[in-house]
Write a protein that binds this ligand. Structure first.
Ligand SMILES: CC(C)(COP(=O)(O)OP(=O)(O)OC[C@H]1O[C@@H](n2cnc3c(N)ncnc32)[C@H](O)[C@@H]1OP(=O)(O)O)[C@@H](O)C(=O)NCCC(=O)NCCS
Length: 200
């Protein structure tokens, strides 16, 4: 089994949607919670790959995509850009008053209607990221390497700091971020915000 990290290619978008769904339930498969398999990726993954492809990296197993790390170098700009170029066309496809398969599916529809909103308490950490790896490639040191690839790219862009948010239920990911050099910067009711300062 050969694992490698490479830059994003537009043909990866379908895999990104799949990986997002297969890891979307606190790190486990979320397929059973969605009628629409693309919905989760519409919010948490695809807009980053499309709007900031230079900050998207793909993990491959024997050349096939099995993970990604993606995000934005500036969360406030991402809020503006995603409002201009991403969310408006999706909203009419997912009416708020429709019945969805699960509370989670309804919640993602709601998020798509709200759009991405940067949290004021995290603005000193302007970049943010999402990372997801399929079980076949987990616990092999690749997540750590993907964080290093992502932060290396941010350093080259002179970005001073980054953050991410993780659900408290996703205990594996919480342990991972602590080991990968992040510190807790905020605790919310259901999630934790981790941050990392970058020396340029
Ligand atoms: C969380 C995730 C990104 C971690 O990546 P990974 O490649 O599995 O982790 P690594 O092998 O690079 O581990 C790096 C460190 O974190 C620790 N770690 C990783 N997963 C862990 C777990 N499940 N429990 C305890 N420690 C863990 C490792 O022990 C390692 O520390 P070490 O080098 O001192 O041994 C990956 O497992 C994943 O994508 N999971 C499913 C989706 C998900 O939860 N994404 C995050 C959403 S916020």
């Amino acid at each position: 089994m050969e694992l490698a990290i490479r830059s994003y290619h537009p043909s990866d978008l379908v895999s990104i949607y799949n990986i997002c769904l297969l890891t979307g339930n606190s790190g486990k498969d979320a397929s059973h919670l969605f009628n629409d398999p693309n919905l989760l990726g519409h919010f948490y993954a695809a807009p980053y790959a499309v709007l900031e492809p230079g900050l998207c990296f793909i993990l491959t197993v024997d050349k096939k995509p099995c993970g990604y790390i993606l995000g934005t170098q500036n969360s406030e700009n991402f809020a503006v850009n995603s409002e201009k170029h991403w969310f408006p066309v999706l909203r009419p496809q997912y009416p708020l008053d429709k019945k969805y398969k699960s509370a989670m599916e309804s919640r993602i529809v709601q998020l798509i209607h709200e759009g991405y909103k940067p949290k004021p308490g995290l603005l000193n950490y302007p970049a943010h990221l999402h990372i997801d790896i399929l079980p076949v490639a987990q616990r092999k040191g690749m997540g750590r390497k993907m964080i290093e690839t992502f932060t290396g790219k941010l350093r080259s862009l002179n970005v001073p700091a980054l953050h991410l948010e993780v659900g408290k239920q996703n205990k594996n990911a919480v342990l991972f971020y602590q080991k990968a050099g992040f510190e807790i910067i905020h605790e919310y009711e259901f999630s934790i915000a981790f941050g990392m300062k970058l020396e340029n």
